[in-house]
Design a protein around this ligand. Structure first.
Ligand SMILES: [Zn+2]
Length: 531
């Protein structure tokens, strides 16, 4: 009963509501410039942020940024000055807009600060015991060291101008502008990204790196490998062939890459990888593990989905993670063939079924997400991926890929919602898809099927009885059935249905979903009367 009530609420609510982050109407940040000074003597950083804002409404009186206040344990950021009157408390930095804004006006604000980051930028030793600095802003930890609108809805371009002891190399987003030896044992390194990204994708890594510059992918995307100097011999071979193949495949099948370069960076303090735009961080341990195909393809796919097309709202985080997961499988289908692809789908389906036993309430789309600890779970990755797979079957390969290309083109370097994606796929396929999106994304669980088949020798028919035994309304479920070597299609729409298929003789086998296209749990399906 309780679950059904929840289900109805989800059906009604899902399109309209947003996560609970406080948006600022009339404020659109265009560009952040961060000047940072790092030192070996202390974990305290010094910073200066310039925030370039375009106001889209009259009478905006305040610009509020997320910025961690000083904490009881001596961490957090202390603001020492700003170009306008300000207050900084409860992790919000409020800058006065004086006089109030005029619509269309552009203004710059500057803030100076220092402190030991309580998160976001981690200062530690790497696996070789050497001091390193690596940021990890996902999902909303930029605020611990960078004053920003720390939510994906307001994307902006950015640049980092980092002064650090000169034994280090500094990697960040975008293109290298300059490196200047300051003559006092320090070097200034300046990187600039020209495309807008959400806060979590801003990154710096500072370590004693070995840097390998590979030939540009398709002659246009510089490809770099940044590993600790001890790993010089294994780094390029681990990253470059897969990254090159993935950049080529995604570039050709989705649309042009959006950034100035791609650096693959070995980082301490990261598990798996983080898809920072143009500077992906991989766990320093990952490069000892072979093969890295799935991980590298996933983070590379994010450069298109998550980074360039970004969810407008945390409720729609599947537009990043579900997409990166399915596009990893598509890369495997392209590079290793159908069998490897199907193995990946089957593993993914099994993960979904297992996770739904322990968390039957998990859905792909959140409703009013207010706890950022809950922002992702395996259902969002795997069921999000499976939703795309079923959409591909429903639309057919050509229309699916045309829709993906159109979605990317329309929302490249911008934000999109689930409804935006649905609209593009409806326009491309020419059919309404509300029913499909509603039954897979905001609804927990998967269809559970029980049934049997029998052969009628008089009528030369295979008869199939199927029942959907899950809670809630029946799914509309296009399905394939294998009758011997033949594959037939039909559609389930009701809780209980019977189908008949012509067959000259009794088939040796009848199988549901022989092509691995349906996210279903088959509880029981056998020849009637058989055990
Ligand atoms: Zn991911």
């Amino acid at each position: 009963m309780y679950r059904r009530l929840v289900l109805l609420a989800l059906f009604c609510a899902y399109a309209a509501l947003a996560d609970t982050y406080p948006r600022q109407p009339g404020v659109n940040v265009q560009h952040y410039t961060f000047r940072l000074t790092l030192s070996d003597a202390t974990n305290e950083i010094e910073g200066e942020a310039s925030i370039d804002v375009r106001f889209t409404e009259d009478q905006v009186k305040e610009l509020a940024l997320d910025f961690t206040s000083p904490t009881a344990d001596g961490k957090g950021m202390t603001v020492t000055s700003a170009s306008v009157p300000y207050t900084h408390k409860d992790n919000r930095l409020r800058l006065a807009v004086e006089p109030p804004s005029k619509s269309g006006e552009r203004r710059q604000f500057t803030v100076r600060y220092h402190g030991i980051p309580a998160g976001g930028l981690r200062i530690m030793t790497n696996k070789y015991g050497e001091r390193v600095f690596f940021s990890e802003n996902w999902p909303n930890n930029a605020r611990h060291w960078l004053p920003m609108i720390d939510h994906p809805y307001d994307k902006a371009s950015s640049e980092f101008i980092v002064t650090a002891p000169s034994q280090y190399q500094v990697i960040a987003n975008g293109a290298l502008q300059e490196q200047i030896d300051l003559g006092d044992g320090r070097r200034l390194t300046h990187w600039k990204l020209s495309s807008p990204i959400p806060s979590w994708l801003n990154a710096i890594g500072v370590a004693q790196f070995d840097v390998h510059y590979a030939p540009a992918v398709k002659g246009i995307i510089p490809l770099q490998t940044w590993v600790f100097h001890q790993d010089q011999a294994i780094g390029p071979a681990w990253f470059e062939p897969t990254a090159r193949a993935a950049l080529e495949f995604f570039g050709e099948s989705i649309g042009p890459y959006s950034y100035e370069k791609l650096a693959n960076v070995a980082a301490a303090g990261v598990s798996g990888g983080t898809e920072h735009a143009s500077a992906i961080f991989y766990s320093e341990k990952a490069i000892l593990q072979h093969p890295g195909t799935g991980l590298i393809a996933h983070e590379t796919a994010h450069q298109w989905f998550g980074d360039s097309v970004t969810e407008k709202d945390w409720n729609d985080v599947w537009l990043s993670e579900g997409f990166a997961t399915y596009f990893t499988l598509l890369f495997i289908e392209h590079s290793e063939g159908r069998d490897a692809f199907v193995r990946g789908l089957e593993q993914s389906r099994q993960q979904i079924l297992t996770l739904q036993k322990s968390h039957p309430e998990y859905t792909v789309v959140h409703q009013n997400l207010d706890d950022m600890k809950q922002v992702t779970n395996a259902i969002i990755y795997q069921k999000g991926s499976w939703t795309l797979h079923m959409l591909r079957k429903l639309m057919g390969d050509d229309k699916f890929w045309a829709g993906i290309r159109e979605y990317y083109q329309r929302y490249r370097n911008a934000n999109a919602s689930t409804a935006d994606f649905r609209k593009v796929m409806e326009e491309t396929s020419g059919v309404p898809l509300e029913w499909f999106f509603s039954q897979w994304l905001p609804r927990p669980g998967v269809p559970v099927l029980e049934g049997s088949w029998s052969y009628d020798p008089g009528a030369h028919q295979v008869r199939v009885e199927l029942e959907q035994t899950e809670d809630g309304p029946a799914y509309r479920l296009p399905l394939e059935i294998g009758i011997g070597d033949e594959v037939k299609s039909f559609e389930l729409r009701e809780k209980k249905q019977t189908f008949a298929f012509p067959s000259g003789q009794e088939p040796s086998t009848v199988t549901l979903d022989p092509g691995t296209w349906a996210l279903i749990r088959v509880e029981k399906f056998a020849k009637a009367g058989a055990n």
